[in-house]
Write a protein that binds this ligand. Structure first.
Ligand SMILES: Cc1cc2nc3c(=O)[nH]c(=O)nc-3n(C[C@H](O)[C@H](O)[C@H](O)COP(=O)(O)OP(=O)(O)OC[C@H]3O[C@@H](n4cnc5c(N)ncnc54)[C@H](O)[C@@H]3O)c2cc1C
Length: 437
């Protein structure tokens, strides 16, 4: 085979990239392509992901150039752009990582149709998860609805071996390689995108923090989690490589075990989404009747609920395009359980701001917290103040993100109604929206 196109989607890396590896192994020349599809890529819809994506593309392009290749960037419908580029370069094959969302499934179907019509071989490769979504099935068939049995099967499964990085990318001449989409405005403390930044972060975190992860990962102020989620979301890091580097096999109690569980949650929600593509729109299982309260929703979004731990989480999200997992659970529980507001509003707010915002993980977790998803205890409600007492006892997390409360005693942060009104007004901090005890 002479020339093959590699369609990068959210596998923006050279390391362990099965689509790139297979194309380089089978074709004499390879054309790396990224198509910015206006149907999903409007920067205004998520400035943080647009920025992270632009940086990841720039990094990928520079790594490809170092190996003699380049990244071709096109704007438009992915299937149409693949066919056009195949005509321009004489390519007879295309490689793309398989994905599970409703959008990705429609894209794949259209690519399959168009490639068949133009006699182009289309290969779907793994790489977005550790274990492919269709790779594990419960005994009775269908998909895993509960995490623990999935985790056991995931841990015992045979994984593929990570692919090597191609040393040379031989590319045919291309008249116009195209520009990386511009990404205006983003959260001030957003992490830098790209494979190099992701690999550096992972190496440093693994050395310093992995061993303590199972003890520290819920400590809000400690910020001890890996912060790899956006790199995994855009495939700057291979989830398989991360799993292999943290979990010694076979199963045991090595330091990476708890971290590996979190990676398995990601795979778990991908296989749920593959089976239930409406995950971001419809309840996975029946839920309650929700309240409409625009004022409460606006206050929640702005981090002005008067519940310090909730406001801290939402303000971290606005400042960094990231929120600690424990804070995501607390803020999501507050919106759905205390305010009774539909989880889809929270999902959409997170989807706008999170750099790691991803249909499967975002919707899967929102439904889990709201009690409409894959939760074995769907009626469990988190009390935000008890959560604050447990996971931010000294109030450092709140002080970091809610500066107007920085001078207060932790007792007020965990029992905000005790703060005298006059003092609250001087601080410019709202009265708690709901009574909690
Ligand atoms: C309401 C809500 C919404 C969420 N939305 C997203 C989202 O859009 N995208 C996203 O990647 N994660 C989401 N999560 C899961 C989790 O909060 C983040 O993955 C995690 O906080 C990222 O930080 P980290 O990389 O430091 O995680 P670590 O604790 O270091 O975990 C390592 C990796 O495991 C995966 N992971 C960890 N926890 C989960 C989980 N509960 N579900 C799925 N994967 C997990 C992530 O890829 C993460 O990077 C959400 C959780 C909640 C409660």
């Amino acid at each position: 085979m002479d020339t093959a196109i590699v369609v990068f989607t959210r596998d923006l890396r050279l390391h362990d990239n099965p689509a790139l590896h297979q194309a380089c192994a089978r074709a004499r020349q390879v054309v790396p392509l990224f198509v910015s599809d206006p149907a999903i890529a409007a920067p205004a819809r998520s400035p943080n992901r647009a920025r992270f994506l632009a940086e990841s593309l720039a990094d990928l392009r520079s790594s490809l150039r170092e190996r003699g290749g380049d990244l071709v960037i096109r704007h438009g419908d992915p299937a149409a752009e693949v066919i056009r580029l195949a005509a321009e370069t004489g390519a007879h094959a295309a490689y793309i990582a398989d994905d599970v969302s409703r959008y990705a499934t429609a894209r794949r179907r259209k690519l399959e149709r168009e490639c068949a019509r133009h006699r182009i071989d289309l290969a779907l490769t793994p790489g977005l998860t550790v274990v492919p979504p269709a790779g594990l099935k419960p005994a009775g068939g269908g998909h895993y609805r509960v995490f623990t049995p999935y985790w056991r099967a995931w841990r015992a499964a045979t994984w593929r071996s990570p692919c090597p990085v191609p040393q040379v990318i031989a590319m045919p001449p291309i008249a116009e390689t195209g520009r990386i989409p511009v990404a205006p405005g983003a959260s001030p403390d957003l992490a830098p995108g790209g494979e190099q930044a992701g690999r550096q972060r992972f190496a440093a975190w693994r050395q310093r923090r992995l061993a303590g992860y199972h003890e520290d990962h819920d400590d809000l102020a400690g910020d001890a989690t890996s912060r790899l989620s956006a790199y995994l979301r855009f495939g700057c890091l291979s989830p398989l490589e991360v799993a292999v580097a943290t979990l010694d096999r076979p199963a045991g109690h090595e330091p990476g075990e708890e971290f590996g569980r979190q990676l398995a949650w990601r795979d778990f929600f991908y296989q749920v989404t593959a089976a239930f593509p409406d995950i971001a729109r419809k309840n996975y299982r029946p839920g309650p009747a929700w309240h409409q309260d625009q004022g409460a929703l606006d206050a929640w979004r702005a981090g002005q609920t008067g519940i310090p731990i909730v406001d801290a989480g939402l303000r971290q999200l606005a400042a960094e395009g990231f929120m600690h997992n424990r804070a995501r659970m607390i803020t999501a529980s507050f919106l759905t359980r205390n305010l009774g507001i539909d989880w889809r509003h929270g999902y959409r707010h997170f989807a706008v701001l999170l750099a790691d915002g991803d249909v499967a993980c975002n919707a899967g977790n929102w439904q889990w917290v709201a009690g409409t998803g894959n939760n074995t205890r769907p009626n469990r409600v988190m009390n935000p103040l008890r959560q604050a007492h447990r996971f931010d006892r000294a109030g450092q997390y709140v002080r970091r993100y809610v500066p107007e409360l920085a001078g207060l005693d932790p007792a007020y942060l965990q029992a905000p109604w005790k703060l005298p009104d006059a003092r609250r007004e001087r601080l410019g901090y709202p009265r708690p929206m709901v009574e909690l005890s």
